[in-house]
Design a binder for this molecule. Structure first.
Ligand code: DOR
Length: 429
């Protein structure tokens, strides 16, 4: 559970381990917060402060999600910037980049300004991502330079792969010197056909139209060639297959300017979840088999994949209650992200600190965002994590307006105990 409320003026977090991902330094000190900033222990009055017992916990920089869908404008019945921010805070996130596949799409500077204005006063920092093409139709480039001037941190037609190679080539070329990436939804539309799940023995048995690993890899290969040709900055979202991880590894090794992300669900959940035709497990790209999951984890370990992003994709109950063919793709993921990723990666031998890096410095580097050093005077953009807590993910953990997740009832190890955002905090302690 946990509540979201105004941040107390003074907070003293005692007994935990302090980890600064910007320096990778760990210390055992208590942490003081005053008026939303880190403070010296002498600067607060412990008898007046809200004291938090963080025994066994790690206190670190708030997480950054570079891939979420908040549906505002247009589908606030699924999620608004305000409700998405609450879900983010409950998941340990203090900054979220929102995808432009809204209604209308964010493909002009007015749209970017709208997102920024609507985000003022919210408890997390919202960064808009602008569309690559007008209306996300994949034909004509959107107002890229103007949108960057208005504050977008990347360009993407996410949800819609850019099919026309010439369009993406031009986009990469134009944005080469802007210092921000193009994020192309990596699925070849012809190859994925109308697939609603991963192609393999299970899809044959279930008789569902399937989407092969090849659809992702073919698009990633083309995009990597275009990035090499133009030297434009490419970011591969939600990578999910061994084939695509190998391609990124290869081209990165050749010095091509590419980064990649995966999601907690592509790391930790398999296609087995659609065996009972559960539409909440229908997602694009689809959940894969064990071998792909292992390759994605290996890609995170060797640095081929730079970070974890949620692809939080809220949809209504009514839409998800349709059958597997008609239900939309996507699952919410902010509140479960750390639990699922930490459980999976700990099992693969990673440390909690490395998982924290994948939610903080990793995404910050992809988009060139500055993190705070965790020293007195800096904003207290913090998350308190219990790496040992074993817990079950339930409806009570969801703060999103939607609840389309296949993870209800799953057991995770590692839990967000508190998040200090802007003016508001999420607290269970
Ligand atoms: O499953 C998905 N849902 N994948 C995407 O890329 C888009 C997202 C959405 O917007 O619902």
């Amino acid at each position: 559970m946990g509540t979201i409320a105004s941040i107390p003026r003074e907070i003293l977090i005692e007994g935990g381990t302090f980890y600064d991902p910007t320096t990778r330094q760990t210390s055992q000190a208590s942490v003081a917060v005053k008026n939303g900033r880190l403070a010296g222990l002498d600067d607060i009055k412990p008898e007046k402060a809200k004291v938090i017992d963080a025994q066994g916990c790690i206190i670190t920089h708030g997480f950054i999600d570079i891939h979420a869908h908040f549906r505002e404008p247009g589908r606030e019945d699924k999620e608004s910037l305000a409700t998405g921010s609450m879900a983010a805070l409950a998941g340990g996130f203090t900054r979220v980049c929102v995808m432009p596949n809204t209604d209308p799409p964010i493909d002009a500077p007015e749209g970017a300004r709208f997102i920024l204005e609507r985000s003022e006063g919210l408890p997390v920092i919202i960064y808009p991502i602008g569309a690559v093409t007008k209306g996300q139709r994949g034909e004509e480039l959107a107002e890229l330079l103007e949108m960057q001037a208005a504050g977008v941190v990347a360009f993407s037609d996410d949800g819609q792969p850019i099919q026309n190679g010439q369009v993406l080539r031009r986009a990469l070329f134009y944005t080469r010197d802007l210092g921000i990436p193009i994020i192309n939804h990596a699925e070849d539309v012809a190859l994925r056909a109308e697939g609603v799940m991963n192609e393999g023995a299970l899809s044959t048995r279930l008789g569902l139209p399937a989407n092969p690993a090849l659809a992702e890899a073919a698009m990633v290969y083309r995009d990597l060639l275009l990035a090499e040709d133009t030297q434009g900055r490419l970011h591969v979202p939600h990578i999910s297959t061994a084939l695509a991880v190998d391609l990124v590894r290869n081209f990165k090794g050749r010095g091509v300017p590419v980064t990649a992300e995966t999601t907690p669900h592509h790391l930790g959940l398999t296609e087995e979840l659609v065996r009972d035709f559960s539409t909440n497990a229908k997602v694009a790209p689809p959940l894969r088999g064990q071998e792909d999951l292992q390759a994605v984890v290996a890609g995170l370990i060797d640095g081929t994949i730079d970070c974890i992003a949620t692809d939080h994709a809220p949809h209504t109950v009514e839409e998800k209650e349709q059958d597997m063919i008609r239900a939309p793709f996507g699952m919410i993921g902010l509140e479960s992200a750390f639990g699922l990723a930490h459980t999976t990666l700990l099992g693969a031998g990673l440390t909690t600190e490395k998982v924290i890096d994948l939610f903080t410095t990793g995404p910050a580097r992809v988009l060139g965002l500055d993190l705070n050093h965790l020293i007195p005077g800096q904003p207290a953009e913090l998350v308190v994590l219990d790496p040992a807590e074993e817990w079950t993910f339930t409806r009570d953990d969801i703060h999103s307006r939607s609840r389309n997740t296949p993870m209800l009832g799953m057991k995770f190890k590692g839990r967000v105990k508190a998040t200090l955002g802007l003016n508001m905090w999420f607290n269970t302690l």
